[in-house]
Design a protein around this ligand. Structure first.
Ligand code: XMP
Length: 506
């Protein structure tokens, strides 16, 4: 495996994803919490950082632990760090070094750069520059303005690069990473969905033996893939529970339940709509709604789990980005919304936890799901928030508002699917606004509700742009909603990006 030491760069997870795309397993660890460097470690990558190596409190590591012991690749801050701590000099750059650049000099016979073409485009993003290298270092690539775009310490496997090979704007960045991983580190490219499935099933069988396991299914990708893997490993010892909280999309409960039953899963659907509605009645604050939903979910789930005799384990669909210890070099980031499903396990459920997906990125979860034969309609599903339509009904939730929103949302989503736009946007949904507007229908004045349509493009939900849906599509959705959904006489489209807006309205 490859160890990536994180100095807090926004690109660290991207490095890890590129390494994994090359079928090499890697792990991200914070620079100040080093893992064990055992025999499995084939190489180390030092990430970038928002800090400068010249800062007094710059992130620091003991390079002697790594130098000469493992192949080492410093990226941006990582490269500057190696240079600075080996006797070189890093200074603030006099010109802006951000964006596309071309490698005008490449030492082609160097193992790291073999196969890259002269003039190849790379992505720069740095405020400091390596002004001079220690005498024994060799420059192996440069641009017009960045003399030291890459260096090598001859006779060792230590390299540094000023640009970001993990960003797609570095057109041959993947080739460079492949050179490092395969030729320099000697990694076997054996991290494939198939290999993951085989070894995980074996591990699960060993760990779980004949124990019973309970898993809450949400209808989303992660819990579904976790369920299928566990099902392959332990068959009927897995008990899945799917709760209808009355806040799902139209027909979702029945459809999802059917498709899981089809896959042979041992699954129980629980209609708890009334419990959720009564817990939500009178509450209009978004955070209080989330808390109420989280609380009732745990109660319902706990009741159901108690009905399974001798259950020992709780399975969860946790994925790698949820468990990566984040490095906070610029102070802790504020909690903007409490995502209730990220919380821990309540004490009263004295079960051991099994998380078969906790080493996978989202795209890998999808690959594994595909290899396991998961229904494409579940695999390609948009993200949907745990509190469901409750946070898309602004203010107090009522069963009637849920029904109206479900109808409008089903029209919108079906049209997106029909026109092929569903797969082009990252997430879409309909929001029920707490206002009424005047309209006219025939000769009658109406005074009814307004819904907003939302569709965004995003990589990971952290930032998002509103999708430029065609006017014809919006016109059709608006027409069909107003003509078919009683209680709505106006449809608007949300043209806000994140930040400063968020994807959901609450
Ligand atoms: P925001 O609104 O914060 O949403 O831009 C980012 C992503 O998170 C989802 N989201 C939630 N998911 N529980 C969840 O499981 C929540 O309380 C919650 N709030 C927002 C949102 O749908 C989007 O994908």
């Amino acid at each position: 495996k490859i160890i990536i030491l994180d100095f807090g760069s926004q690109y660290t997870q991207l490095i890890a994803r590129r390494v994994r795309e090359l079928d090499v397993y890697c792990e991200i660890h914070p620079y100040n919490h080093l893992p064990e460097f055992d025999a499995d470690v084939k190489g180390v990558i030092l990430s970038g950082s928002p800090c400068s190596v010249r800062d007094e409190d710059a992130p620091d590591i003991d390079l002697s632990l790594l130098n000469g012991k493992f192949p080492l690749l410093g990226v941006c801050y990582g490269a500057q760090y190696i240079a600075q701590h080996s006797g070189g000099n890093v200074l603030p750059s006099t010109i802006r070094e951000y964006g596309r650049a071309k490698l005008q000099f490449i030492k082609e016979e160097n193992a790291l750069l073999r196969g890259l073409s002269l003039g190849t485009q790379v992505w720069m993003s740095h405020g400091d520059t390596i002004a001079s290298l220690p005498a024994e270092f060799e420059v192996i690539a440069g641009t017009d303005t960045v003399k030291v775009a890459a260096f090598h310490v001859p006779g060792t496997k230590t390299y540094g690069i000023q640009f970001h090979p993990e960003v797609t704007h570095s057109l041959e960045g993947k080739k460079l990473l492949e050179n490092f991983l395969v030729d320099i580190c000697g990694c076997a490219r054996d991290w494939t969905p198939f290999a993951f499935i085989e070894s995980t099933i074996e591990d699960l069988q060993k760990t779980l033996g004949s124990d019973k396991v309970v898993l809450a299914i949400s209808g989303g990708v992660d819990s579904s893939v976790a369920a299928l893997l566990l099902h392959k490993a332990i068959g009927p010892q897995l008990h899945c529970i799917f709760v209808d909280n009355g806040l799902l999309r139209k027909n979702e409960f029945g459809d999802v339940l059917d498709s899981y039953k089809h896959m042979g899963l041992n699954i129980r659907g629980i209609d708890a709509k009334e419990r959720f509605y009564s817990a939500l009645s009178g509450i209009s604050d978004p955070e209080l709604k989330r808390k109420a939903i989280g609380r009732v979910f745990i109660e319902v789930f706990d009741d159901a789990a108690h009905e399974i005799k001798d259950v020992r384990w709780l399975a969860q669909g946790t994925i790698y980005p949820d468990v990566i210890e984040s490095v906070s070099v610029k102070g802790p980031s504020a909690t903007i919304k409490s995502h209730h499903n990220v919380g821990g396990l309540p004490d009263f459920m004295k079960l051991k936890v099994v998380e078969p997906l906790k080493s996978l990125f989202k795209d890998e979860v999808r690959e594994v799901g595909r290899s396991l034969g998961l229904d494409p309609s579940i695999l390609e599903r948009h993200p949907f928030p745990g509190p469901g339509l409750a946070i898309r009904i602004l203010g107090e939730v009522s069963p009637e508002k849920v029904r109206i929103l479900q109808e409008a949302d089903a029209i919108y989503i079906n049209i997106l699917k029909e026109t092929g736009w569903y797969h082009k946007v990252w997430q879409a949904g309909t929001i029920f606004l707490p206002v009424q507007a005047v309209g006219v229908m025939g000769d009658e004045r109406t005074y009814e509700h307004v819904v907003a349509l939302r569709a965004v493009e995003s990589m990971d939900g952290m930032t998002a742009d509103w999708s430029h849906l065609p006017y014809e599509l919006l016109a059709r959705v608006s027409n069909e909603i107003i003509n078919n959904v009683k209680g709505i006489n106006r449809v608007v489209y949300d043209i806000s990006s994140k930040p400063p807006a968020t994807i959901e309205w609450e």
